[in-house]
Design a protein around this ligand. Structure first.
Ligand SMILES: NC(=O)c1ccc[n+]([C@@H]2O[C@H](COP(=O)([O-])OP(=O)(O)OC[C@H]3O[C@@H](n4cnc5c(N)ncnc54)[C@H](O)[C@@H]3O)[C@@H](O)[C@H]2O)c1
Length: 284
């Protein structure tokens, strides 16, 4: 697979786009907002600069790879040459289904259509296309350039060929893949959302300060980040959508903590807005 299309240039889309480009693949990034594409390009350029400073890439490589990235607001333009499309728009089923229907129309017959959903059913999304065997979920982790894992989630109709090609793609971009059979929240989100929600409940109950709850998990359980820091990094709006889907599909255990809902209503979405459980300066 040489030509990759990324749909949605937010937190995840830009990270996936950079990771693919840094592996030498041709990438087209699409978003409905041109200002998001500008931010995405700035992010990708800065990641290339860091890679050169750290001597992961030469300046010539970074320049050549950067030139293989195209940015567009047109879905058809992004999809029509793609061998693999990775959708990374908001965690809203109707939105993802609508995009997959269009991708099915515009992407070449051989193309694989993947969703980066954290929780949702690739079977349900793929069923709206004429190519369910070529539909799959490829669940990347944030920040994508640093995180090694891709959960490869097989829907009911996903073919073995699509799974094999997905694993090959993972190898090309130097990620480790695990094969997961579809179930809401897969393996990682199902556990991680619960830990984060429990930490939020503990804040609400006054069990400890935000900093101490995170510190307890880092030093007591050797987690690299505390659950509240991690929720801020994910984006509290994204986390709330994940929790709402898991609550709907898996029941009471996943009822979103009221403090999460309250923060989202206030526009405190975590790092992306400068304030969530913590406050962030523009540089952080
Ligand atoms: N944030 C994380 O840590 C994380 C981790 C793994 C998976 N995910 C999943 O990745 C997906 C994207 O999450 P995110 O955090 O990057 O969200 P985000 O809000 O940062 O970005 C979503 C992007 O989609 C764009 N978009 C919206 N409608 C669109 C459309 N019709 N066509 C094209 N672009 C459109 C938005 O403009 C935005 O730039 C979600 O399904 C989420 O659950 C997120």
């Amino acid at each position: 697979m040489k030509q990759i299309a990324i749909i949605g240039a937010g937190t995840m889309g830009r990270g996936i786009a950079y990771t693919c480009a840094a592996a030498g693949l041709s990438v087209t990034v699409q978003d409905i907002h041109s200002h998001t594409l500008e931010t995405c390009k700035e992010y990708i350029d800065s990641q290339f600069q860091i890679a050169v400073q750290k001597e992961f890439l030469t300046a010539e490589q970074a320049n050549a790879y950067g030139q293989k990235i195209k940015y567009t607001t047109h879905l058809q333009e992004a999809a029509e040459q793609a061998d693999l499309v990775i959708e990374a728009v908001l965690e809203v089923m109707e939105l993802k289904v609508g995009i997959f229907k269009q991708l099915d129309k515009y992407a070449p017959k051989h193309a694989i259509l993947a969703t980066n959903t954290s929780t949702m059913s690739p079977t349900e999304i793929g069923a709206q296309t004429n190519r369910p065997p070529q539909c799959i979920a490829l669940h990347f982790f944030n920040p994508v350039p640093k995180m090694k894992l891709i959960e490869v989630i097989c829907g009911l109709e996903t073919s073995e060929e699509t799974v094999a090609k997905s694993f090959q793609f993972g190898e090309t971009i130097e990620k480790e893949c695990v094969r997961i059979n579809e179930f809401p929240g897969f393996a990682v989100s199902r556990m991680n959302c619960l830990i984060g929600n429990e930490a939020m409940k503990m804040v609400m109950e006054g069990v400890g300060s935000i900093g101490d709850i995170d510190k307890a998990m880092k030093l007591g359980l050797n987690h690299p980040m505390g659950p509240l820091e991690l929720a801020d990094l994910v984006g509290l709006d994204t986390r709330l959508r994940n929790m709402e889907y898991l609550y709907k599909t898996l029941g009471e255990t996943y009822r979103p903590c009221p403090i999460l809902t309250k923060y989202v209503k206030a526009g405190r979405l975590g790092r992306k807005t400068g304030r969530g459980f913590y406050e962030y300066s523009k540089q952080s």
